[in-house]
Design a protein around this ligand. Structure first.
Ligand SMILES: *Cc1c(COP(=O)(O)O)cnc(C)c1O
Length: 447
């Protein structure tokens, strides 16, 4: 049982491999749990987007800006940067990561509804490609900060086209009820305002309608609405150089689910833009990294319950939050299946003290304690949404290339988790002296 679209994750003599490396080797060398990624899959996914843009150069070409939040490991950012990608960031922290990974600030677009003063300042100093502005107040703030720096900030408005991407409500962002973007009816007056501001430079139009979208129709619907806006802007003498169509293209998480081909989804959109001299920016996240990764975990205990059986594994909701947060489905497979053994139905759960701590429910598996399981399609929003809940050190990250494994994030130790904490000086009981931590050593008098 494997979902489609995972040509770099295969079985060889029954044993699950990432590229040419058997997963039991990874577990032996690095322990579990760990997030394992295929270098070749990451590269192939980016190339698919770039090839679609190259095949249909829309006037001024295009740029793939990887949505960093899907998986922000430096090694992955570095790979994409070397392949010519830009980046879509949503925080100053992500800007710092992109720069640390060797990314080009001139290919960075900055999205997000709550850009702080410091984040805008940092992005202006780095000379990013474009701010995707999400409100009138943000536009004024960017103009003001750019003014103090003697710069002109490149901007797009993130337009909310009010289309339903038919995805999970938590990841639908283009509905009129969402906090994201500027309603498309309000965009024109705001563009006119932007065109008059002295320290911003109108560069483009931006939209992002949601995530895990498996039906291409909402993308076209959004584009039709954006074209109405583009025409209206042109009539008012406001020229834009690029159209940013956002990300959101989904992947098949579940056996039998089908994700549209990248080119099949994009080419009709580019075709609709054929006679416009617009550079196209895309912001894929999940589709670049999701199927390139899996979470490798070991069965700790098998435990019968009153209504079913539990397989308790060493990964948990802190390593992969999506099942607990959205009820998301990930395929779970035995790394080395046991032939001829009857399968038993398990809820695959972690050690965390929450009943919501499950990775999969009602899964048929033939397993024993100590066996390895792979939770598939976890490259996107897996490690990126991880936490240290229950003081669980985060899983290691491994990048596989051919038959070699590179550790791209070491396993956290418990001491890493409390390294930034310190004791107040007023403890009356003897306590080890605590070194002051930057920014935490100022006494605040209580009232
Ligand atoms: C999250 C996000 C993306 C990427 O979404 P995916 O579904 O991972 O492709 C792109 N653009 C913006 C503004 C986002 O917030």
């Amino acid at each position: 049982m494997m979902p489609p679209d995972t040509p770099f994750i295969t079985r060889q003599q029954g044993v699950l491999h990432v590229e040419d490396l058997a997963l039991p080797e990874v577990a032996r060398a690095f322990g579990t749990p760990c997030h394992v990624y295929s270098h070749a899959a990451l590269g192939a996914n980016l190339r698919d987007f770039q090839a679609a843009l190259d095949a249909h150069p829309v006037g001024a070409g295009g740029l793939v800006c990887y949505a960093v939040k899907a998986n922000s490991n430096l090694a992955i950012l570095n790979l994409f940067a070397r392949m010519g990608a830009g980046f879509d960031i949503v925080s100053g922290g992500e800007l710092a990561r992109v720069l640390a990974a060797g990314g080009d600030a001139g290919k960075v677009v900055f999205s997000g509804v709550g850009k702080s003063h410091a984040e805008i300042h940092a992005a202006l100093m780095a000379d990013i490609l474009c701010f995707n502005v999400e409100s009138a107040a943000e536009l004024e703030r960017i103009d003001e900060i750019a003014g103090t720096l003697g710069k002109r900030a490149p901007i797009s408005l993130r337009v909310n086209p009010d289309v339903d991407p038919m995805t999970h409500p938590y990841i639908a962002t283009g509905l009129s009820t969402a906090k994201f973007g500027v309603p498309i009816d309000a965009a024109l007056p705001l563009y006119e305002r932007a065109a008059r501001l002295p320290h911003v430079h109108v560069r483009g139009v931006d939209c992002h309608i949601g995530s895990q979208i498996l039906d291409p129709a909402p993308f076209m619907e959004a584009l039709e609405r954006l074209i109405v806006l583009l025409d209206a802007l042109e009539k008012r003498g406001i020229t834009v150089e690029h159209l940013d169509l956002g990300g959101g293209l989904g992947i098949a998480y579940r056996q039998g689910e089908r994700a549209p081909e990248i080119s099949a989804c994009l080419l009709p959109l580019f075709d609709r833009l054929r006679d416009r001299k617009l550079k196209v920016i895309l912001e894929p996240g999940r589709r670049l990294v999701g199927q390139a990764g899996l979470l490798l975990t070991r069965v700790e205990y098998l435990k019968p319950g009153s209504t079913g059986n539990f397989a308790i594994v060493d990964a948990a909701m802190n390593d992969l939050l999506r099942p607990a947060l959205y009820g998301a489905w990930h395929e779970i497979v035995a790394v080395a299946p046991k032939a001829g053994r009857p399968k038993v139905i398990y809820d695959v759960v972690g050690p965390i003290c929450e009943s919501g701590d499950f990775l999969g429910q009602k899964r048929a598996l033939a397993i024993d304690p100590g066996d390895l399981l792979a939770i598939l399609s976890t490259g996107a929003y897996g490690m990126a949404m991880s936490s240290n809940y229950n003081t669980r050190p985060r899983a290691m990250e491994i990048l596989v290339q051919g038959n070699r494994a590179h550790a791209i994030r070491r396993r956290e130790k418990a001491a890493d988790l409390y390294a930034l904490e310190c004791l107040p000086p007023l403890a009356s009981t003897p306590a080890p002296p605590a070194a002051p931590v930057d920014g935490m050593d100022k006494p605040i008098a209580s009232q």
